[in-house]
Design a protein around this ligand. Structure first.
Ligand code: F6P
Length: 368
């Protein structure tokens, strides 16, 4: 993919949607700098697609994107609510989902934007794909700490989240060992176990529970007991927020509401009570939560974000709309957006993964 300058100056809109994620600013910086190079204007849309409903946009200059490479979050703001196709509107006292997509299309044209680069997870990219089908020229950039987007081997943000979780596990080891306790650590990842699996292995966990493998609490306790018998009187259990006990239901912090997805969480707390009850061991639970989404991106995520941002602008230059940039090592390439997002497209941990196998070979328990 080579950048081909267009004959007329373009106005490219840039938005970030969904949960914030380390590396977003690296994408914004790289995409903007590539556009400036081509002599194009870049307009930052605030707070995801919401900014196109409220016409909350600002022109980005090189000054705006200077010094942001190492910053977590997004200078454009974001939201993981308010899908314009199912926008929550209050009617007769109740919230109902309303299609406001035509307003978005109208405002996009009124703002004189030629193309949109949408940086987001499956929610934002799913919305982008719908707008593409309605005629909007756009290119998608996948982001998520959860690493659950299909068609790309990895998303930026994942490495930083895994690094943060691994760091926490390193620290918890000393307390677990000194107090001869079981420490349960609940990590994010939604319905995929990538963060739990990678940080669990890198952080030396003894049990890793992921949504892809429903667990039996008695098997988890067996691992704790057999470690004890072998002289290790402590255990570290990493549990993904989306993991479920066999025959059990997914534990939610908040149910699905109009205009937003359910909030996962609470499995760590439940599991800690079960382990303490069945093994008699002192057990503590820690929810890492949004710490995993914050802070400086790792150099891997800065580089991937930079590659994705520049590649997205090259796709714009080449007129390859309706696509998403993706990592297929060693290359960054373009894949059809429709292939990457949508129902049943979520990338889960494959059960035949060598990472999983290596963990099992070393005696790490998966509760099955
Ligand atoms: O998708 C990223 C993510 O951090 C998930 O891992 C988590 O389930 C969710 O977002 C949390 O969302 P919120 O910021 O709304 O609590």
């Amino acid at each position: 993919m080579k950048a081909v300058p267009s004959r007329r100056p373009r106005r490219v809109g840039l938005l970030t949607g969904g949960g914030d994620c380390p590396g977003l600013n690296a994408v914004i910086r790289a995409a903007s700098r590539t556009a400036f190079h081509l002599g194009w204007e870049v307009w930052g849309i605030e707070d995801g697609f919401d900014g196109l409903l409220t016409r909350n946009v600002r022109r980005l200059t090189s000054r705006d994107v200077r010094g942001i490479l190492q910053l977590g979050g997004t200078i454009l703001g974001t939201t993981n609510r308010y899908n314009p196709f199912r926008y929550p509107v209050r009617r007769r006292g109740a919230l109902v989902e309303t299609d406001r997509s035509r307003e978005v299309l109208r405002n996009f044209r009124a703002l004189g934007l030629d193309v949109l680069i949408a940086i987001g997870g499956d929610g934002t990219l799913g919305i982008a794909e719908q707008f593409h089908r309605q005629g909007m020229r756009l290119v998608g950039v996948p982001k998520t700490i959860d690493n659950d987007i299909a068609s790309t081997v990895v998303t930026f943000g994942f490495d930083t989240a895994v690094t943060t979780a691994t760091d926490a596990l390193d620290k918890l080891h000393t307390t677990a060992e000194s107090h001869k306790r079981v420490m349960v650590v609940e990590v994010m990842g939604r319905y995929a176990g990538w963060i739990a699996l990678h940080s669990g292995i890198a952080g030396g966990a003894d049990v890793i529970l992921i949504p892809e493998i429903p667990f039996d609490v008695h098997k988890v306790c067996d691992t704790v007991r057999s470690r004890e018998r072998a002289g290790s009187e402590f255990s570290i259990v990493v549990v993904a927020e989306g993991a479920t006990a066999r025959h059990g239901r997914r534990i939610l912090r908040e149910k699905k509401e109009v205009g937003r997805e359910p909030r996962l969480g609470g499995i760590g707390e439940w599991l800690a009570v079960q382990i303490a009850r069945h093994t008699g061991k002192e057990t503590r639970n820690l929810v890492l939560g949004h710490l995993q989404r914050g802070g400086q991106p790792t150099s891997f995520d800065r580089l991937l974000g930079t590659r994705f941002g520049a590649a997205a602008m090259r796709l714009v230059a080449g007129g390859h709309f309706g696509t998403m940039v993706a990592l297929d090592p060693p290359r960054v390439l373009a894949v059809p957006l429709a292939e990457a997002v949508g129902h049943g497209r979520m990338k889960k941990v494959p059960l035949d993964s060598d990472i999983l196998q290596s963990a099992r070979d070393m005696g790490i328990g998966f509760g099955d």
